[in-house]
Design a protein around this ligand. Structure first.
Ligand SMILES: Nc1ncnc2c1ncn2[C@@H]1O[C@H](COP(=O)(O)OP(=O)(O)OP(=O)(O)O)[C@@H](O)[C@H]1O
Length: 246
């Protein structure tokens, strides 16, 4: 084998996280976390409440600092970059609780997502038709206030707003939390269509087994450390019972 032949091609990784340790004050929350997301794949992080999943996503977004380790996005180290720089590089974030601005219209909530494009908003006022193909309900609600939408509609708006930034990686924190089953299926299929249509990668924190199974790969977290990982096709009953609230 020649030296130039790649064994594991790191450039095929959208995100690579290596040896992350995060603290809240003196509480050690994330412990030696390693995780990688191949380009075009969906990876799901599972684990019981309070194990550190949201802390991990916030660390990737730059909202929390890690004491050790490095985060590579498309092979570039990003740990020292601010959250807005990471967003403009192509990491779209849909936080837990959605963070829709309640007294702003659906249209303006969507347009805010343009700030994450590499050159910012720059007077751009257009919403691409693909957004409405993915989430038809939003088209009928453009002039409504964000706060007047149902939980499921707000979740769709939050994902759509993240897509307005044209991310290469979409980070979703429990998108189905508190949402009725019929809408969960809609959100799940929209995420699958996003991946098929755009080839972007997804990092998902999720409790619903059906949604988890849509991912290519899972990582299971316990007490802030990764304790199991593999293909979602190999998710055993034992792993499901241990790490998902089913
Ligand atoms: N701002 C904070 N200050 C101190 N401790 C915190 C803070 N936020 C979270 N924690 C603690 O860090 C731990 C991990 O929380 P985190 O929200 O990351 O867990 P999670 O796995 O996302 O849980 P959930 O599914 O309930 O959101 C928990 O013990 C939590 O109490």
């Amino acid at each position: 084998m020649s030296n130039s032949q790649p064994t594991i091609n790191q450039t095929d990784l959208m995100l690579r996280v290596s040896n992350i340790n995060v603290y809240y004050g003196e509480s050690h929350i994330l412990r030696n976390v390693d995780l990688s997301i191949p380009s075009g794949q969906m990876v799901c992080l599972i684990g019981r409440n309070g194990v550190g999943k949201t802390t991990f996503l916030k660390t990737i977004m730059g909202l929390l600092k890690s004491r050790t380790g490095e985060i590579f996005f498309q092979d570039r180290p990003i740990s020292k970059l601010t959250p807005d720089k990471r967003a403009r590089m192509g990491i779209g974030y849909v936080p837990q609780g959605r963070e829709i601005i309640p007294r702003v219209s659906v249209k303006d909530n969507l347009l805010l997502g343009l700030e994450a494009q590499p050159k910012g908003r720059k007077g751009n006022e257009s919403i691409p038709e693909e957004i409405f193909e993915l989430f038809p309900v939003l088209k009928t609600m453009l002039s409504r206030m964000g706060g007047d939408l149902s939980g499921g509609q707000q979740q769709q708006l939050a994902i759509a707003r993240a897509l307005m930034g044209k991310p290469r990686l979409l980070v979703l924190d429990e998108p189905t939390e508190g949402i009725q089953p019929s809408i969960i299926i809609e959100i799940e299929s929209a995420v699958k269509r996003i991946i098929e249509a755009t080839g972007i990668s997804v990092l998902l924190v999720e409790q619903h087994l059906h949604f988890v199974r849509q991912a290519d790969k899972y990582y299971a977290m316990q007490k802030g450390g990764i304790v199991a990982s593999g293909s979602t096709e190999e998710l055993t009953q034992e792993v499901i019972q241990q790490f998902l609230a089913v």
